[in-house]
Design a protein around this ligand. Structure first.
Ligand code: G3H
Ligand code: 13P
Ligand code: NA
Ligand code: ZN
Length: 307
């Protein structure tokens, strides 16, 4: 069924697992993810960014997710990823999304509170849940000092005040992850002491980890072996994701790993079969690669099989 994240997060919060939130842009991506969730008997969050919504046109992704629900008996939440203003959040609530993110992290603290509260009031009146973000997810330099860290990472006391004042359902935190395939210049580092402090101050609030792709070397290598040029890519090690799921992180956002899996397989297929021009010939294997990767995440990283 099409559900909110309320029950998923309540269970994830009590246990050492997290729900996967995967970004979707087209049919093959949705089908690959859903097939993996089906085999692992898990709940799922499918999320749509503003860019995805524009690329596919709003109605297409909503209808594809509805089709996935007709085709399975999975619980799926349809979530807006990084909504930047009230207007896009309202549009998605009105379109049938069960969850929206208002990302006010670029605004000053008080403005982030005001904007988040406005979205929470509208969404809750329609039975939709809201994720907000506090702290900046910028890529961080190696050996970042403590002062610089406090200026970008989520401040635990502010997180508590923010949740109290906004009534938001879940909170994305900045503890060292960033979006994309180049997350760390040197050794990967996440501020787990900060995460534990945040979780101890707001133990009932599900936390969200953005920028949580691992940038699996297998797919980077395959891209590069078949004509790609993705040097120095590095993501969040799987053990760190597992650890985060033990300290309040209930939602783990993954987009880059989907992109890499899909691109690796398409590159390989086209390189090995230069005479093929039927899109099904390369999009089929790409869909299978997504399925395999997502199944691995659910089972071995998120610990979310059979939930
Ligand atoms: O947060 C970023 C997600 O990976 C979505 O990316 O805005 O290019 O669709 P996008
Ligand atoms: P990645 O770029 O690490 O996949 O993060 C995706 C994300 O946070 C989407 O909101
Ligand atoms: Na958990
Ligand atoms: Zn994100």
């Amino acid at each position: 069924a099409l559900v909110t994240t309320k029950e998923m997060f309540a269970k994830a919060l009590k246990n050492d697992y997290a729900v996967g939130a995967f970004n979707v842009n087209n049919m093959e991506i949705i089908q690959g993810i859903v097939e993996a969730a089906k085999e692992e008997k898990t709940s799922l969050i499918l999320q749509v960014s503003a860019g995805a919504r524009k690329y596919a046109k709003p109605v297409y992704l909503v209808k594809l997710v509805e089709a996935a629900i007709l085709d399975t008996d999975l619980d799926i939440a349809l979530h807006l990823d990084h909504g930047e203003d009230f207007d896009i959040c309202k549009k998605c609530v009105d379109d049938g999304f069960t969850s929206v993110m208002i990302d006010g992290s670029k605004h000053p603290f008080e403005e982030n509170i005001r904007l988040t509260k406005e979205v929470v009031e509208y969404a809750h009146s329609k039975g939709v849940v809201v994720e907000a973000e506090l702290g900046k997810l910028a890529g961080i330099e190696d050996n970042i000092n403590v002062d610089a860290r406090s200026a970008t990472f989520t401040v635990p006391e502010e997180a508590a005040e923010f949740v109290e004042k906004t009534g938001v359902d879940s909170l994305a935190v900045a503890i060292g992850t960033s979006h994309g395939a180049y997350k760390f210049k040197g050794e990967p580092y996440l501020d787990f002491e900060r995460l534990k402090k945040i979780h101890s101050l707001i133990p009932d609030t599900p936390l969200v980890l953005h920028g949580a792709s691992t940038v699996l070397p297998e797919f980077v290598k395959k891209c590069n072996d078949y004509g790609g040029d993705i040097p120095g890519a590095q993501g969040v090690p799987e053990d760190m994701i597992k650890e985060a799921a033990k300290h309040g992180v209930c939602k783990v956002n993954i987009d880059t790993d989907l992109r890499l899996a899909m691109t690796a397989e398409i590159r390989k297929h086209l390189a090995e079969h230069p005479a093929d021009f039927d899109p099904r010939k390369y999009l089929g294997p790409a869909r299978d690669a997504i399925k395999g990767m997502v199944q691995h995440k659910i089972k071995n990283v998120l610990n979310a099989s059979n939930i």
